[in-house]
Design a binder for this molecule. Sequence first.
Ligand code: CA
Length: 415
Amino acid sequence: MKSFINIPENSDFSIHNIPFGVGVFNKEYISCCTRIGDMVIDLATLYDYGFFDEIEGIDENVFEAYTLNEFIELGKPVTNAVRLKIQELLQENSKIADDEKTIEACFYDCNSVQMMMPVHVPNYTDFYSSIEHATNVGKMFRGEENALLPNWKHIPVGYHGRASSIVVSGSEFHRPKGQMKPADAANPIFGPCKQLDFELEMGFIVNKNTEMGDSISTTEANDAIFGMVLFNDWSARDIQSWEYVPLGPFLGKNFCSTVSPWVVTLEALEPFRVETPKQEPEVLDYLKFEGKQNIDIKLNVYLQPENGTENLISESNYKYMYWNMAQQLAHHTINGCNVEVGDLYASGTISGKEKNSFGSMLELTWRGTKPLKLTDGSERKFIEDNDTIIMRGYAEKEGIRVGFGEVSGKVLPAK
Ligand code: CA
């Protein structure tokens, strides 16, 4: 497949991708959109021009919206048909290749479009599904012997996160304040968090509402997932380690999480599927699955100090996940918990085996004992004020690349 649009080499947004997002055009007009190369395409206008008329099940202009929720809710038969139609329209010699009026009206340089939160997220859940990450954290906090807790290989462990503070890439946020108890102190102190961290994660977005009491099996899960995003689940380690007993993460986790603006569909990621790592001991029946359920997505994390250059600090891969998305969704709903359109389910920090593949500062600096050296000569144990963290991710195979662009976020001083 070749497009009539000029696509820069190594672009994440090849003709094989066709992701979905929501953009502000000319600072005033909002529409759902897609991207190819460096062009963003206004889908509401494309709809008005009649290019989706033949697709059954899309009877109104769902792209004329501030979120993708209405579009996503139409389900896979419609969203897949729309994606394939866009792909067809973008190919060489398509009916819009020489249609100056449509191109003029619908195609924008990506630098002129401000991307918004792609979906309204009613509920956010965070899993803990990387065995390397869980083992590293376990070793640090409980020692080598008890690194993995007894439930870990039987349950995709997770908790309910906070949806209100999920923001889109490019957003800034203030360093959180809270209670912390330094190891050598008798009593807790209050102040700006001193151990601010990122978590390299990916999230998936659900496309349906289910009834309470119903479950989504591992076989049904992929049909219920619209697509994926990059996800930085910012964490305040010192607040977290004091508050988490006995009920788990709370204020150390709920002050900000950042998503990438483009939702890449599961269909675009299909060619990059790989086997899930072997699960021992055998899981309970409701967690068994068939086929390739992991995805080979290269993930890089960069730390950029104020006015400085980007430092590559981690190189990981989504394929390392011990628990896959189908198992996570099956587990989440096995008790009858209902899901809603736009729900976001995050993977948990994605660490690999190697030291340069760890997905958090906590692991990269081993709780601050091995600071990272940056190219400007400074060191980091954790994230400092005015640092920007950038995550990029893409899948690539046989010359075909499908990527997410980036998720970036900057830390401002405490308010
Ligand atoms: Ca997390």
